[in-house]
Design a binder for this molecule. Structure first.
Ligand SMILES: CSC[C@H]1O[C@@H](n2cnc3c(O)ncnc32)[C@H](O)[C@@H]1O
Ligand SMILES: [Zn+2]
Length: 435
């Protein structure tokens, strides 16, 4: 093993550290910048560069396991509607007008928001993936990316071309940005992609070695048509098509029954819980504690900024814990530690990122949260605050793959002011074209 040059190291100094067993102890964290790994977690470490962590908690970076990052341009454009009419009457007509440049700018805005909220990895599904990949590479973040395809409303040629684009993109970008970008194949949902296209393209994803990422059982409207047409529950149908393996991750899973929960546990497929989106679109309450009790891996996602309406995953941690208690009227359900684990190791495992725990030898994907604030005083329990009181704006430094992406609230890799200005202009032009 090669020695790390002192100048290539960064020490995060003077803070408390959240360990993989969810203990919190005072320690410094030494990072090998070019290798992107944590060298040591111990007292009194020295490094070539120092990040101050006084009064702060050093923790694994959060992982947003289901989002459509460019939808920042549609934040606040259409609210207070259920999923189907929201998509059909508002979102899809505007998305038809999106240019690659719009998607680039919307993505950059979302990536700035991720970095400022301590998110170091994400799983995205949208269109114009080369633009999203280029912005991701420049930002320094890690991501699993995919082109979402839909067959309903298209002729056979159009449907096959869209699915083929999904597969081509998955093959082309897997391993991009020095391995920080991986890919998935995304059939949009079990009701918007017809059986023949799933039968044709899912096996090709397996051959290419890319996982599946899809919306599943988000609303009741996605359950009934599958039961009527195929005579089985949607996840039984997905399993019959070979769509549930331990590499695959399913967004939402709000309306799953016991048989489907057992199938998820048996196959090892992960669920990505998006509580804010589920509340806003009134989709329902996912049975998260039942999923966890059955042994299903659960991650957390914001979904797009048009159904959230921000990209602060600390909100999702809190929402998951709160909604998890309401689901069956039991305040013990989805406890603070469960919710924080979902946003870190649960999400990372779901989307296949080698991150989620902070320890020597592990990846240097880190968020440093400043606890020197009235709403975080006193500190009886750091994990309680992470679940119930911390906001994304409390994040002080963000590091991904050993690179400092934000230092003392200043984003280092992207030009925040310029991106915000361009995003506002592009959003206004987009809506003017669409209306
Ligand atoms: C799947 S990628 C892009 C496609 O999905 C739309 N979308 C955004 N949020 C949701 C959601 O919660 N359920 C289903 N589809 C969603 C997005 O607008 C794009 O058209
Ligand atoms: Zn979604």
């Amino acid at each position: 093993m090669t020695e790390t040059a002192f100048d290539d190291t960064v020490v995060i100094e003077g803070g408390h550290v959240l360990t993989p067993d969810f203990e919190v102890r005072e320690a410094d964290v030494l990072i090998d910048r070019p290798a992107g790994v944590v060298l040591e977690v111990a007292d009194d470490l020295d490094g070539g560069e120092t990040l101050d962590a006084t009064d702060s908690l050093v923790m694994p970076g959060l992982v947003n396991a289901h989002t459509h990052v460019a939808m920042t341009l549609l934040r606040g454009y259409a609210d207070d509607k259920p999923l189907d009419s929201w998509l059909q009457e508002d979102i899809w007509p505007v998305e038809a007008e999106l240019t690659p440049e719009d998607i680039r700018v919307g993505t950059e805005l979302g990536l700035v928001e991720f970095i400022t909220n301590g998110i170091t990895g994400f799983a995205d599904s949208y269109f114009e993936v080369p633009e999203i990949a280029a912005a991701t590479e420049a930002s320094g973040l890690r991501a699993n990316l995919c082109h979402a395809f839909i067959s309903v409303g298209k002729d056979d040629e159009g449907a096959r071309a869209d699915a083929q684009e999904g597969l081509d993109i998955a093959r082309e970008f897997d391993g991009a940005a020095d391995g920080r970008i991986t890919t998935a194949l995304m059939p949009h949902s079990l009701t918007t992609v017809e059986t023949e296209y799933l039968e044709e393209f899912v096996p090709q994803a397996r051959e290419a070695g890319v996982p599946l990422h899809f919306h599943a059982n988000e609303t009741e409207n996605e359950v009934e048509p599958v039961v009527d047409e195929h005579g089985v529950r949607p996840l039984e149908y997905a399993d019959d098509l070979g769509m549930l393996t331990d590499d695959d991750f399913l967004a939402h899973c709000v309306h799953v029954d016991e048989t489907e929960i057992d199938l998820l546990a048996e196959t090892g497929a992960s669920v990505i819980h998006c509580p804010a989106s589920n509340m806003k679109l009134a989709s329902g309450i996912a049975p998260i504690q039942e999923l966890l009790d059955a042994g299903v891996n659960v991650g957390l996602g914001t979904d797009g900024a048009a159904s959230n309406n921000d990209l602060d995953l600390f909100d999702e941690i809190r929402d998951a814990a709160m909604l998890g208690k309401l689901a069956r009227g039991d305040a013990r359900d989805v406890a603070a530690e469960s919710a924080v684990r979902m946003a870190t190791e649960g999400s990372a495992a779901a989307i296949g990122l080698p991150v989620g725990e902070l320890e020597a030898g592990g990846t240097a994907d880190i968020a440093v949260v400043d606890f020197d604030a009235p709403h975080l005083t006193p500190v009886h329990d750091y994990v309680s605050h992470l679940a119930y009181a911390v906001r994304g704006s409390d994040v002080r430094h963000t590091i991904c793959d050993g690179e400092i992406l934000m230092e003392d609230r200043e984003v280092q890799t992207l030009d925040e002011a310029a991106i915000r200005e361009r995003a506002s202009e592009h959003a206004a032009d987009l809506i003017a074209r669409a209306e």
